[in-house]
Design a protein. Structure first.
Length: 214
């Protein structure tokens, strides 16, 4: 666990200085939304999932468990917005464009049953996991993303479908999203088991509810 944290921080600061150089040289403003992300995979793998083969299962405390295809997601009401992406280790990517389906819309589609408190997310990498409370999941800028940086999400970035939790640090935005389970208690995810806050608000608040202004 310590080794993981140390590795993450050393990678992060190397990237941070690279982004800093890019911004300092003015490149950041010439290429807003440019792909200067550090690519992470705690599993060490980068699942290759054809868009046509992609499936997202939604199960647990729901009225109508469902498995959605990529086409199903694309046919749902969509939102798009741009935000600065923040890895908790310090690197940021300004003006990243995202597009996808609000998690709240998916929840309304399957119908949340009484007793539901939180969501647990699984990745096709078989290692990373994430969690959100139901209230967090219903925030308008928490999406199941199908586009990023103005294009379909690449394999490296967790395509064809990843989570994007805009008000929180990057570790909450699980890549290669495979399943959403509606559960009766928060199940801390991979990064949280390794020391990151379960409530990863960008302002550092660890409260369950969004800080003012988030
Ligand atoms: N499946 C999976 N999702 C993940 C990660 C990961 O290692 N595996 N890393 C997280 C972290 S710490 C960050 S900062 C972002 C980085 O996104 P990127 O790899 O697209 O740059 O992905 C998040 N989602
Ligand atoms: Mo991160």
């Amino acid at each position: 666990m310590v080794a993981l944290g140390a590795a993450g921080i050393s990678v992060g600061s190397a990237v941070q200085s690279r982004v800093g150089r890019a911004l300092g040289s003015g490149l950041g403003s010439f290429f807003p939304g440019g792909d200067v992300f550090e690519i992470y995979s705690v599993s060490g793998t980068f699942p290759a999932i054809a868009t046509t083969a992609y499936r997202l299962s939604v199960s647990g405390l729901v009225e109508r468990p469902a498995t959605f295809t990529f086409a199903d997601l694309e046919a749902m009401p969509r939102v798009r917005f741009a935000r600065t992406f923040h890895c908790v280790t310090g690197w940021i990517v300004p003006d990243v464009h995202w597009e996808g389906v609000r998690l709240s819309h998916l929840l309304d589609t399957v119908g949340v049953r009484p007793g539901a408190v939180a969501l647990a997310f699984d990745s096709y990498d078989g290692v990373d996991t994430e969690s959100l409370t139901l209230d967090q999941a219903r925030l308008p800028d928490v999406i199941v993303a199908t586009r990023m940086l103005g294009a379909p999400i690449t394999r490296d970035h967790g395509g064809p479908v990843r989570l994007y939790v805009a008000p929180m640090f990057g570790y909450k935005s699980l890549k290669w999203l495979s399943a959403i389970r509606v559960v009766d208690a928060v199940e801390p995810g991979y990064w949280e088991e390794n020391g990151y806050p379960v409530n990863g608000w960008l302002d550092g608040s660890t409260s369950t509810v969004p800080p003012r202004g988030a």
